[in-house]
Write a protein that binds this ligand. Structure first.
Ligand SMILES: Nc1nc2c(ncn2[C@@H]2O[C@H](COP(=O)(O)OP(=O)(O)OP(=O)(O)O)[C@@H](O)[C@H]2O)c(=O)[nH]1
Ligand SMILES: [Mg+2]
Length: 383
């Protein structure tokens, strides 16, 4: 889960922090004797800074947010392992004065490495840019205490990541929403491509609802794929929730209709409608899905997509969205996705929030969308 992003972010941040710490220790040792006379080192730092201003190319690469070819060459040349290429003036100030304000070129070096990490992990260009822009604003002109560089850099990266992730938040709790409907059952229709994890997700949600005493009924409306009805029945029996089913080849919309009628009669709070997997390009299956939506009038239609499919899910959702309203996304199999970038990009691409992550095959392997959970999974710990 997010292995690639985590590894790249960790390498970048810890590589920088480790190196900066070593430099601070080495630089501080011989200067012991001159402590207590802050004016001298400050002058020294100013002199180096003035020299650097006069000939900036001697010390630091010019700021180049776009990362042109010349910049990339320079980045690949000297000290490639460092995240922020501190200038000599900044390093002296950091070790002697105890704090440093990162220059534009230092910040750009950091942003460029983080952006590349994101792009290589399936985060879309727009989202990586938005993140970098946000982080630039957070770091620009800020004084960073030299002993706290690790925490400060990590803290700013975390805040910028959370800013992006919060934009994908649903802003509501599905179970609470379902509970608050009083005039009949809250109907949820699940759709998505073959094998994405719809049936497993319905089982996970039914199990969660059972635990939280929200009464649910399952509609076995995949009447198409061999063994789909038995698969849903097996889960329903294990969890202990009623299931309404028919035979293979039956109209899935009529099964959903019967499930809703059953829920009304038994005052069940929720109806979970399974459906056969389908591609957005299959016109007859899309028409069948339109009919299911017309007949069941869902309170919520949720798209279930595999995280491993990356940002291709976004175009599937947009295509499905031309035929029916889609209210939320569930990203499954995040546990199998080394990149995980779609978790950061998909809401921006579609304008639709992510409600849950599927993180395994068990009934408990379901995590409500939580920006902090994602940030924790991506970022190294500050310690
Ligand atoms: N590792 C992992 N496996 C999952 C997850 N969700 C579902 N699966 C597995 O993915 C496979 C397909 O899951 P289903 O729930 O049958 O998928 P579906 O979308 O209903 O498939 P169709 O009905 O054939 O379209 C099963 O082996 C599940 O156990 C998940 O979050 N993580
Ligand atoms: Mg299924």
């Amino acid at each position: 889960m997010f292995d690639s992003l985590k590894k790249k972010f960790s390498e970048a941040i810890k590589g920088f922090v480790g190196r900066e710490r070593k430099e601070a220790e080495v630089a501080e040792a011989p200067k012991e004797g001159s402590r207590g006379n802050a004016a001298v080192p400050e002058q020294e730092a100013k002199a180096v800074e003035a020299e650097e201003r006069a000939a900036p190319e001697k010390h630091a690469a010019p700021p180049n947010p776009a990362g042109g070819a010349a910049q990339k060459k320079r980045d690949a040349g000297a000290r490639p392992e460092r995240l922020v290429d501190l200038s000599i003036a900044s390093r002296i100030k950091k070790t002697i004065i105890g704090s440093v304000a990162l220059s534009d070129s230092e910040i750009e070096g950091l942003l460029s490495k983080l952006k590349i990490s994101m792009l290589e992990s399936d985060v879309t260009f727009d989202v990586a840019e938005e993140f970098a822009e946000d982080l630039r604003g957070k770091l620009h002109g800020r004084r960073i205490a030299s002993r706290d560089i690790d925490k400060e850099v990590l803290g700013s990266v975390r805040l910028a990541l959370l800013d992006i992730l919060r934009k994908g938040s649903p802003g509501f709790d599905l179970l609470q929403r379902a509970r608050s409907k009083t005039d009949g059952p809250f109907v949820i229709l699940f759709l998505g491509p073959n094998g994405a994890g719809k049936t497993t997700l319905i089982a996970k949600l039914a199990s969660r609802m059972k635990r939280e005493e929200v009464s649910a009924v399952i509609s076995a409306s995949d009447t198409f794929r061999a063994a789909a009805i038995e698969q849903m029945e097996h889960h329903a029996a294990r969890i202990g929730v009623p299931i309404i089913k028919s035979s293979y080849g039956a109209d899935p919309a009529s099964v959903a209709f019967d499930a809703i009628a059953y829920a009304r009669a038994h005052r069940a709070a929720v109806v979970l409608i399974d459906s056969a997997g389908r591609q957005e390009t299959n016109k007859s299956l899309i028409r069948e899905m339109e009919k299911m939506a017309r007949v069941s009038k869902p309170d919520m239609t949720l798209f279930v997509g595999e995280s491993t499919a990356g940002n291709a899910i976004a175009s599937q959702i947009v295509e499905f969205g031309k035929h029916m309203r889609i209210d939320g996304i569930i990203l499954t199999k995040l546990d199998c996705d080394a990149k995980g970038g779609s978790a950061l990009s998909i809401s921006k691409l579609t304008g639709i929030p992510i409600l849950f992550f599927g993180v395994g095959e068990g009934y408990d392997a379901l995590v409500p969308y939580d920006p902090e959970f994602v940030a924790d999974a991506i970022l190294p710990s500050a310690g």
